[in-house]
Design a protein around this ligand. Structure first.
Ligand SMILES: *Cc1c(COP(=O)(O)O)cnc(C)c1O
Length: 385
């Protein structure tokens, strides 16, 4: 029976435990497995870095959700990214979205760069810029959409088509929308990456990362690298992410409902100079976003009018928490220039529009009127002297 996404969230992957009938996948808190003789394993399990049944369940689940064949789970989103970047070798180059997660920029710029793997930053929302950046060393296009923190939208199908025309891999970080809203593999992407720390886990209590692919050869190579590098997701954390994913649909629906109301309020409030939210018809990415995803997500970025001091704004918030991360049940705000995107040099930040005044808001599941009230009082208390 082919299930819709709401049912897959609850029954996808491995549904419960066949031996006991437990409705949840057990936590196999074990590092190794007994062999009945040399090479005689029970079901192929040998050592938990190579495979563990709880991790296997979450890996099958994320693959099902992305409408793909193979999933791999990692200790963090960056461990997943590290493993994907390890597909490349010295001399290879990647074309990368101009606003991406700061940690992705950092690992490219300060880790893989040292191994001779280079990158070129372009505005991937304009597919022509992607095509123009391709030379004989480029082996992949790496995008985020909506991108962090400006929520820029890139046309996944257009960019994947360009990548394939030139024999390159198309890699998409799908953290901000999750497979509930967007399934890049079905739009032509070769590799999908997630920080499961965000919406998938959903409760700001577990770090995790995922890689999803449809191609067997690519899956085999990534599995080899996952085991060789070793940044795997622990059994207990695998269980927590499976538990989080069960409510992803209802959480996302409410996240979006709150975000739409808040974005509308903010844009009409007279408090902001700029607002970035792909769910607003006025947003430059609105049409493509609508075409390729089932919703705009719940991340909003904005710049307050000149007369307000963003430092005071952060200090005046009472309900909304100033913290790194996103995608949890609670509303979080952050200051990209000094927090999530501090690893990006100031001149690069400026070039791509991550101004010092930018505020990023992960809209949570609280009552939306409480959130509006908190924003309002914090903004009004932040007027410059
Ligand atoms: C948080 C994040 C990451 C990194 O994930 P970790 O789990 O923190 O390692 C990568 N990409 C995006 C878009 C993120 O928001």
């Amino acid at each position: 029976m082919s299930l819709q996404i709401e049912s897959l969230l609850i029954h996808g992957g491995v549904d419960g435990d066949v031996t006991t009938g437990a409705v949840n996948v057990p936590v196999f808190q074990t590092s190794t497995f007994k062999q009945d003789g040399l090479g005689k394993t029970r079901g192929g399990w040998e050592y938990a870095r190579s495979g563990n049944p709880t991790r296997d369940a979450v890996e099958k689940l994320i693959a099902d959700l992305e409408h793909a064949k193979y999933g791999l789970a990692f200790a963090t989103g960056l461990a997943a990214i590290n493993t994907v970047l390890s597909l490349f070798k010295s001399g290879d180059k990647l074309v990368v979205s101009d606003n991406i997660y700061g940690g992705t920029f950092r690992i490219l710029d300060n880790v893989f760069n040292n191994f001779g793997i280079t990158y070129k930053i372009v505005n991937t929302s304009n597919p022509k810029e992607v095509e123009d950046a391709i030379d004989e060393n480029v082996k992949a296009v790496y995008i985020e959409t909506p991108a962090n923190p400006l929520l820029t939208i890139t046309d996944i199908k257009a960019v994947s088509d360009i990548a394939h025309k030139h024999g390159l891999l198309s890699i998409v970080d799908n953290t901000f929308l999750t497979p509930y809203l967007q399934r890049p593999i079905t739009l032509g992407a070769d590799i999908v990456i997630h920080s499961g720390t965000k919406y998938l886990g959903g409760h700001s209590d577990t770090l995790s990362g995922f890689v999803v692919v449809n191609d067997k050869e690519l899956a085999d190579r990534l599995y080899y690298l996952q085991n060789a590098i070793g940044g795997v997701l622990a059994p207990w954390d695998s269980f927590l992410v499976i538990r989080g994913i069960k409510t992803l649909g209802v959480r996302m629906d409410r996240h979006i409902e709150n975000a739409k109301k808040l974005a509308k309020w903010l844009s009409e409030s007279g408090y902001v100079d700029k607002i970035y939210f792909p769910g607003l018809e006025s947003d430059s990415g609105y049409e493509i976003q609508k075409k390729q995803a089932d919703g705009p997500g719940a991340m909003i970025s904005f710049v307050l009018k000149e007369k307000y001091d963003y430092r005071k704004f952060f200090e005046s918030l009472k309900l909304i928490t100033l913290a790194e991360s996103l995608g949890g049940v609670e509303s979080l705000v952050c200051h990209p220039a000094t927090m999530t995107h501090a690893a990006i040099p100031a001149d690069v930040r400026k070039q791509v529009g991550i101004v010092d005044e930018l505020i990023r808001f992960s809209v949570g599941l609280e009552n939306v009127n409480d959130l509006i009230e908190d924003l309002k009082q914090a903004i009004e208390n932040s007027i410059k002297e």
